[in-house]
Design a protein around this ligand. Structure first.
Ligand code: ATP
Length: 367
């Protein structure tokens, strides 16, 4: 962590959050967050500007944060601050910049994420019992309003519990249960989506089971959801997909509150559009142009046999004749071409051993 050689004579600069937690757990951290006990922007502008290999990348005045680049590495330096959630479930407003570390720690999500490490002495500052919780593998909120202020913390708690093998402490569990019985759906779903992606991209069946059994999914939909029988983690290991999170989240059915990209929406729309599939030809036509995510959703939620039949067998079958071959046979380009291809496909699905020559003969037989 000491890659940053910032000379802070005031000893008010700290590493904070995930980077301290991960170092204590012996895990590598990707992001480095720091906090300055005071006004970070002024500190950076007055004390750090001009030092070698240092530049200011971005300043966010209202939040008192500044992104800097030191020796090629970007670091966020935040001012210690107090926040208030005027509109629960949305971004808080900053009420004070430059408060004490104790006050700064209270705006954080969990005690294990509220540990500070002095950038000068390396001393760990634990003002909320985070060290004990880290030792006892416990996730604990810092106050009783925590989930009401920001329900995405429920997803963060799930994510960290799976990533580190931690459990929620009993009181935190109770607060979570209470919140999930009385959800305020006016929340920032962009942040909910971000946490869903980070949680489900861990590809963990255990996370999904907790998500359903503990009613955490209720943050996304009011409709009831039951846990599907399939082990989604195993399925994704067998059939890798780009949008891992969407295979899990898609099982909730109703994602209308989430801001989805066009590609994500198409995966769900394709899934919804596929009805009953009665034979190999219907299975092939339904799945040949959709993403694996869609096929996995169909496997999990609709018809395991049909989806497996496609993934394991039918997807490997391809007809070899092309439009050019049909032209060579003297046919004029028309909509009939696709009927011909389908006819050959039916024959090829019945007998995958057919060669290109056989396919051409089949076409000859029908023209
Ligand atoms: P990761 O390894 O997933 O990046 P992290 O703890 O560094 O874990 P970030 O999302 O980068 O997570 O947040 C950095 C720190 O900011 C957290 O450790 C926590 O102290 C605080 N924080 C982040 N999100 C919230 C939140 N929703 N509510 C309160 N504090 C938060």
């Amino acid at each position: 962590m000491e890659i940053i050689n910032i000379k802070d004579t005031s000893n008010k600069l700290y590493y904070v959050g995930g980077v301290v937690r991960d170092e204590l757990l012996g895990i590598e951290s990707f992001d480095i967050d720091m906090t300055y006990e005071g006004n970070a922007i002024e500190f950076v502008q007055q004390k750090l500007q001009g030092i070698e290999d240092f530049e200011i990348v971005q300043v966010n005045e209202p939040f008192g944060t500044v992104r800097v680049k030191v020796s090629g590495r970007e670091i966020d330096i935040a001012s210690t601050r107090e926040e208030v959630y005027e509109k629960k479930g949305h971004l808080p407003s900053v009420t004070r910049i430059g408060c004490s570390l104790k006050e700064d720690s209270m705006r954080r999500d969990f005690t294990v994420n509220a540990l500070y490490k002095s950038a000068v002495s390396g001393e760990i500052i634990d003002l909320t019992g985070g060290l004990d919780d880290l030792k006892n593998k416990t996730i604990r909120v810092l106050h009783d309003e925590s989930f009401i202020d920001d329900p995405t913390r429920i997803l963060r708690g799930l994510k960290f519990s799976i990533r580190f093998g931690f459990d929620l402490d009993e009181h935190t569990k109770k607060l979570q249960e209470n919140y999930l019985k009385n959800i305020n759906y006016d929340m920032c779903y962009k942040r909910v989506k971000k946490e869903l992606i980070e949680t489900f991209n861990l590809n963990s069946q255990a996370a999904f089971e907790k998500f359903i059994k503990q009613n955490i999914y209720k943050l996304v939909t009011e409709k009831d959801v039951i846990l599907p029988k399939e082990d989604i983690e195993e399925l994704i290991k067998e059939y890798p997909v780009e949008n891992v999170w969407l295979v899990y989240a898609g099982c909730i059915g109703d994602l209308s509150r989430l801001p989805l990209t066009k590609i994500e929406q198409k995966i769900l729309d394709d899934f919804n559009a596929i009805g009953e599939l009665k034979n190999d030809f219907e299975i092939y036509k339904a799945f040949e142009k959709v993403s694996t995510e869609t096929i996995l959703l169909y496997l999990i939620l609709k018809n395991k046999f049909a989806a497996k039949r496609y993934l394991e067998t039918l997807s490997k079958i391809k007809i070899e004749i092309t439009g050019e071959d049909l032209l060579k046979l003297g046919l004029k380009p028309s909509r009939k071409f696709s009927e011909i291809f389908d006819y050959v496909l039916v024959k090829k699905l019945e007998n995958p051993e057919l060669s290109k020559e056989d396919e051409i003969n089949i076409v000859r037989g029908i023209i």
